[in-house]
Design a protein around this ligand. Sequence first.
Ligand code: ZN
Length: 362
Amino acid sequence: MNNVSLIFDAHLDLSMNAMEWNRDIRLPLVEIRRRELGLNDLPDRTRNVVCFPEMRRGRIGVCVATQIARYSGRFSKLPGWSSPEQAWAHTQGQLAWYRTMEEAGEMVQLRTWPEVEAHAALWRAASPDALSKLPIGYLLSLEGADSILSWRHLEKSRSDGLIAIGPVHYGPGIYGHGTDDEGPLTPKGRELLKEMERLGIILDATHLCDESFWDALDRYKGPVWASHHNCRALANWNRQLTDEQIKALVDCGAVIGMAFDAIMMVHNWTHRRSKPEDFSLKMEKICEHVDHVCQIAGNARHVGIGTDLDGGYGTEQMPMDMNSIADLPSLAGKLSTRGYSDEDIDCIFSGNFLRFLREHLR
Ligand SMILES: [Zn+2]
């Protein structure tokens, strides 16, 4: 048992890695790392764990891939663009990379449920040898909506296949308040939700601060998920979901993607200081987060995988027993030991997010 046939990863920043980290993620992992020897501009140089060959080896055949660009106003301490217009243009560059990967046969964009269903079936049926020739399916999302200049831009994004939006990322944004910040959605944020509802876009609750989270959930009538988000009961930082928030997400039919960023897995991780060894951190820890959500939900239908494994960190901020995204399938055995059935495990690896898309993608 535990033969994982498909993994759905609800959160990867593939284009950011290509266009800002300057990684050609078509290359083998060792080659990407080798080319970064001597570079120290970013903390995760030589330690990345995501590339197409490794995704294929780990059977991550469908993912939600982001466009991401922040507007950083005059007084903001966070890195970002000096105008929303630059942020928009940046996301268009990221989209151009996805298109180029489609032309190269490396990726294929999935926009509708029949496309997702057919692609998932293709991957499930493929032998390990055949996988090396299959394109990776992706659904387009936007992490932080500062780049949406107008509803015309939102409509353009929707017609480019954008299926989900997280209105904010870290700190204050044009549409609301994100991680490490506080406050409700802005008036423009409320309008954004109405427009998203009209266009059938999924609300990604990840990164909304508590006030904006509750404000958004009260207002939004469309589908909601949390793409990369763990439990605050196990990692005490406002980036994570409280038990009440998990309950509310379950009640509205959401699926929550478990993230493998160490900072989101344990209590009291100090950014850029702590090491996985300080916590003896292993992949097993994610099973506690999975369990926690399942206990609140009363079933295993609201948990998925949203690794965030290329989100600006590498092995220095990950479980010690992971060296590649291809290590994900080993989670199956750990869940099985805890009493999860094969059916539950398949739901967690891909079935839950796929069911969500079958119900909501239009
Ligand atoms: Zn994120």
